[in-house]
Design a protein around this ligand. Structure first.
Ligand code: GAR
Length: 223
């Protein structure tokens, strides 16, 4: 475990179930992070309630209060700067970040996306996986760039699509995998085992040209 916990700010827009996993992992001591703040792009995000219950600083930054995406990102950058974050975790933050924000936090912003990237970028991934008749679906943890859901992938978890799946059942199984791989990726970053260099993921001092892919049965402790 690193001597100092990793200072993180979590950005949300909604339910915050991934945020809750980070809160629980911090308080149980499983993850060496210090969640300095939660910032939401929506005032009614349930994740704000979770932050409040956990005694974590939380605030909203509403897009409608700004005239452009860049203005919003300026304000977001200034807010995140206040917390001196080592890492910015997007947990259901439903906005594309511009270079105004990303230039300040290059290589220090990660996201979870509910698909096996580069497949199914964008929204409604579970329904689209079903509509396209995919046999495999899943989720990806990736570094964030200003292109939508396109930054270098750290780890992915595969989920097989069952013949009787509906959007909700598939989402449930994919989210269960999100809760496994997202804290694991953050642990690796906290331990210095993963980093971004020149737009490429480096894992334990080696260039990782392809994402690490796990299935529901894999033991992540051994990775
Ligand atoms: C998560 O399933 C995450 O994969 C998805 O939003 C959900 C948020 O849930 N993110 C994206 O679609 C980003 N492109 P949560 O608020 O309960 O953590």
């Amino acid at each position: 475990m690193p001597a100092q916990p990793l200072r993180v700010v979590v950005l949300i827009s909604g339910h915050g179930s991934n945020l809750q996993i980070f809160i629980d992992s911090q308080s149980s001591g499983r993850l060496p992070i210090d969640i300095r703040a939660v910032i939401s792009s929506r005032a009614d995000a349930y994740g704000l309630v979770r932050a409040k219950q956990a005694g974590i600083e939380h605030e909203t930054l509403l897009p409608q209060d700004f005239t452009s995406r860049e203005c919003y990102d300026h304000a977001l950058r200034d807010r995140v700067n206040r917390y001196r974050a080592d890492l910015v975790i997007l947990a259901g933050f439903m906005r594309i970040l511009t270079p105004v924000f990303l230039a300040a936090y290059e290589g220090r912003v990660i996201n979870i996306h509910p698909s096996l990237l580069p497949a199914l970028r964008g929204l409604h991934t579970h329904e689209r996986a079903l509509r396209e008749g995919l046999r495999e679906h899943g989720c990806s943890v990736h570094y964030v760039t200003s292109a939508l859901d396109a930054g270098p992938v750290i780890i992915q978890a595969r989920v097989s699509v069952q013949p009787d799946d509906c959007g909700e059942s598939l989402q449930r199984r994919v989210q269960y995998q999100e809760y496994r791989i997202y804290p694991r990726a953050v642990l690796w970053i906290a331990e210095g085992r993963i980093e971004l260099r020149n737009h490429t993921v480096w894992r334990q001092g080696r260039r990782q040209d392809r994402p690490l892919v796990v299935t529901a049965d894999d033991d992540l402790e051994s990775l």
